[in-house]
Design a protein around this ligand. Structure first.
Ligand SMILES: [Fe+2]
Length: 303
């Protein structure tokens, strides 16, 4: 069977189920899936698709499937948005960074995709096994949104990764999965257990619709040498955070973290880190976020 047919005919979860029996209960109890950091590389509007890497993308093909379930570990949740993004084989995020390999078809959403769970809570996707960067284990990023508006940001790691030790597993309960080698590539199952009844994090659909997203304007000048202006417009007064990260995902500094009035504001960044030391030339990422959204923008420092 060809790889494309393999996914299109939805045989993936069936095969994985045979290869890794009792995936939901074999490796963990009925615990809620832990949250994990969003990181700086999430972007909006990922396309709906189940094949995230084109056929020429370097790396080991990997097939992940799973179910999104309620906190009884049995009741499936359908129509859940499962948003996945990850680094390429070399640990490089091709949409944000200048990578030395991969993305031969210049897909602006390379290694990113959005899936919707079916009536049995199932999702599945095919991609390449993410590489290492910044000393982090291989991982897929997930942002899961249920029809009731509950959101879980998390990551999926792999038991066979030598970067994963007992302590990592303890600190990332339910996020480290086994992988099976098959003729198609690596196969793994990552089930996600969400507590749909948690009232404190439910987002009312009507109020969610009424959120007026703020705007992060293009930085100026970009590339910059001495100072870059970061301009943003808030539709309402809100708590806002604006930080700079380097291209490996390492935090450089926080420019703003406070309640701000509505309207347009301008910040300046002179290229210094949290200790006041000037950083080296290169690409950096501005991340603006509040509780409802994340906006990102690449800026380039040239000395
Ligand atoms: Fe990452």
């Amino acid at each position: 069977m060809k790889r494309r047919m393999f996914l299109k005919t939805s045989f993936l979860s069936t095969l994985a189920g045979i290869l890794i029996p009792s995936p939901s209960f074999g490796n963990r109890d009925c615990d809620l899936t832990s949250s994990d950091i969003l990181g700086p590389y999430w972007s909006e509007n990922h396309p709906h698709r189940t094949i995230l890497a084109n056929s020429d993308e370097p790396g080991t093909r990997i097939f992940i499937s799973g179910k999104v379930k309620e906190n009884d570990c049995e009741t499936p949740i359908s129509n859940v948005l499962v948003d996945v993004w990850h680094a390429n084989d070399q640990g490089c995020y091709t949409v944000f960074q200048d990578c030395e390999s991969g993305n031969s078809n210049e897909d602006s959403y390379n290694l990113r995709g959005l899936m919707t769970t079916d009536e049995n809570g199932n999702y599945s996707f095919e991609s390449v096994w993410p590489g290492y960067y910044a000393g982090r284990p291989r991982h897929f990023h997930y942002k899961v949104t249920t029809p009731s508006g509950l959101e879980l940001v998390t990551q999926c790691y792999f038991e066979i990764d030598p970067y994963i030790d007992e302590q990592w597993e303890e600190n990332h309960l339910g996020l480290v999965i086994p992988l099976e080698e098959t003729e198609f590539g690596l196969v793994g199952i990552f089930d996600i257990i969400i507590n749909e009844e948690t009232p404190t994090v439910l987002v009312d659909q009507e109020s969610k619709k009424s959120i007026r997203e703020s705007v992060l304007h293009p930085a100026f000048p970009n590339p910059f040498n001495n100072k870059v202006q970061i301009k943003f417009t808030l539709m309402d007064s809100e708590n806002i955070g604006i930080s700079i990260y380097d291209i490996s995902g390492k935090w450089v500094c926080t420019l703003l973290s406070q309640h701000m009035s509505s309207g347009t504001h301008i910040l300046g960044w002179n290229g210094s880190d949290m200790n006041g030391s000037l950083v080296s030339s290169g690409t950096y990422i501005v991340i603006m976020k509040n509780k409802d959204y994340v906006k990102t923008q690449k800026i380039k420092l040239i000395k």
